[in-house]
Unconditional design. Structure first.
Length: 298
């Protein structure tokens, strides 16, 4: 696969956002070479004039020096709403690291979302921020399904990186997203991570736009027995599956002594408390807000 990489200058890399979990969004790259088949961020191609297929291009951003980083003190910055800040190319370009270095000592709170263990390179830097959090996207324990869906590192490497950060005293999140009906085994994933994270974030698979046909074709080919279920959910818009899963997970959490909550309150709990599970099914704001970020940077 040919990768198109170019270096670009942007006016700004920190953009105000109305995403519920943060005040500002940060995306040091345009595009994402993990190339997930279900990527909602692929809509960005329309705004950034990229004719290439999603996952085959990457713009490396260079921004003016952040003046007065201390103005972000106490605010929440989220790295990676429409890209992964620790793509393999970060090893070369180090743009995520550059921004962390520019913000060091400012008192800003940072959350990082990734599918990579390259984040371990920056552990010392991350520890210098108050309340830093690192989230790993894991929606399966099946490496075959994972490899069918993305080009990021293996599930085992993500789990190991999460544990290493946890052991280093950095708060971690397991982002179980997107949950594929009939494929993603949510309790099995939580069982694997509950000793090494403070937060489990749940998001259902939404099928809109160009990747709907790609995912439905994949299900037809690999899990034909699930076709009626996917038709029910994605063609007839029936929410019964999600309501049943919500009830099942609520009961699971009660049995396991975990917190099943509507809003993330995990930062208020001690580091060693069992994780809070936040059900974020059916949100529309994230995509809308991410789109606004893209526009604001240009
Ligand atoms: S890691 Fe996230 S932004 Fe990157 S392709 Fe996958 S879903 Fe999209």
């Amino acid at each position: 696969m040919e990768l198109h990489i170019r270096e670009i200058e942007t006016k700004n890399v920190i953009t105000k956002t109305d995403i519920p979990v943060c005040d500002y969004a940060v995306n040091p790259y345009v595009g994402c070479t993990h190339g997930c088949r279900y990527c909602y961020a692929s809509f960005m191609k329309r705004f950034t004039n990229h004719p290439e297929d999603w996952g085959t291009f990457l713009d490396v951003k260079y921004w003016p020096e952040i003046r007065r980083p201390e103005t972000y003190a106490g605010r929440e910055l989220f790295f990676g709403t429409v890209t992964d800040p620790y793509l393999p190319q970060e090893e070369t370009y180090r743009r995520t690291r550059a921004l962390l270095e520019q913000l060091k000592g400012s008192g800003v709170k940072i959350s990082i979302q990734t599918k990579s263990d390259l984040v371990l390179r920056d552990v010392d830097l991350l520890r210098s921020f108050p309340d830093a959090r690192v989230g790993f996207s894991i929606n399966t324990l099946d490496e075959g399904f994972r490899a069918d869906m993305d080009r990021a590192v293996s599930v085992e490497r993500r789990l190991s990186a999460m544990k290493a950060l946890h052991d280093a005293g950095i708060r971690t999140t397991c982002f179980i997203s997107p949950i594929f009906p009939g494929i993603t085994n949510v309790p099995a994933i939580i069982d694997r991570v509950k000793e090494q994270c403070q937060l489990v974030w749940l998001e259902n698979l939404n099928l809109r736009g160009s990747f709907q046909s790609v995912i439905l074709a994949y299900v037809r080919e690999t899990h034909p027995e699930l076709v009626p279920l996917y038709d029910e959910i994605y063609k007839k818009k029936n929410r019964v599956y999600w309501e049943a899963l919500d009830a099942e997970l609520r009961a699971y959490a009660a049995r396991e002594g975990l917190f099943y909550v509507r809003d993330d309150d995990s930062m208020l709990r001690p580091f060693d408390a069992p994780p809070a599970i936040v059900n974020y099914f059916y949100h529309e704001e994230v995509k809308k807000s991410a789109k606004n970020c893209v526009k604001a940077e240009r």
